[in-house]
Ligand binder design. Structure first.
Ligand code: PXP
Length: 239
């Protein structure tokens, strides 16, 4: 039985498009919890393009399930995380010119940096997840750097243009999940998942939690936030 973690960044994206105070990602987070979400996620980006520092503070005060902060491994944001103390920090790559997180974190490339960041976050009592491509070597590097959880990047699978391509890309996810399971890491998955392409994950009970934002916010615009979240909770709870 997998859990749903709802990313509320794009509620803030709509707000920032107008530069005013609505819609409110904090209100959306509360509704998501009432609808069955078991974790709320936000990404405090260095350019503050959607979630603002105040949102993060309010989410920490109001979220009743768990709060997962997505973040780059940079000093400014690590400091903020150590002060706010979300339940979990997910380390992601971050480039200013990207529309959304594009690839997984290359943990193999900078083990020294990531080990230090994990140590700082853990000293503050925060669990750490690495958002990585479905690559067993990145899984191992995440474990070696002290990560508790790996979040497998499902974006490439989600963007497949044909069934054979989707099958091929899903195979890579299966291999990464098996590698993480063997290393006794906890496993989550996310990026680009929607109400249709998530169904294939039924065969992977090792995945404890799905991290989903855009497809839920997109559906919420049409049917309302609670219903959009509930429909996704219904899908993943059977996995
Ligand atoms: N996981 C991570 C690490 C992300 O950066 C994002 C996007 O913010 C998601 C999951 C959710 O992706 P989506 O908005 O496509 O559902």
């Amino acid at each position: 039985m997998a859990r749903l973690a709802v990313n509320v960044d794009h509620v803030a994206t709509v707000r920032e498009a107008r530069g005013i105070d609505e819609p409110d990602p904090v209100l959306a987070a509360g509704l998501a919890e009432l609808a069955g979400a078991e974790c709320i996620i936000c990404h405090l980006r260095e350019d503050r393009r959607h979630i603002q520092d105040r949102d993060l503070r309010l989410l920490r005060e109001t979220v009743k399930t768990r709060l997962n902060l997505e973040m780059a491994a940079v000093d400014e944001i690590v400091e903020i995380a150590c002060t706010i103390k979300p339940n979990l920090c997910t380390l992601v790559p971050e480039r200013r010119e990207e529309l959304t997180t594009e690839g997984g974190l290359d943990v193999i490339a900078r083990p020294g940096l990531y080990t230090k960041v994990v140590e700082r976050l853990k000293q503050a009592g925060i669990n750490v997840s690495f958002f990585i491509d479905p690559d067993p070597d990145q899984v191992k590097a995440s474990r070696d750097c002290g990560g508790d959880i790996v979040e497998i990047h499902t974006g490439h699978y989600s963007e497949a243009r044909s069934e054979p391509e989707a099958q091929e890309r899903f195979k890579a996810i299966v291999q990464a999940v098996e590698a993480a399971h063997k290393l006794e890491l906890r496993i989550s998955a996310g990026h680009g998942l929607n109400y249709v392409n998530i169904k294939r994950f039924r065969v992977l009970p090792q995945i404890e939690e799905y991290s989903i934002g855009h497809s839920i916010v997109a559906r919420a615009v049409i049917v309302g936030f609670e219903r959009a979240v509930r429909e996704m909770v219904e899908l993943v709870k059977d996995f």
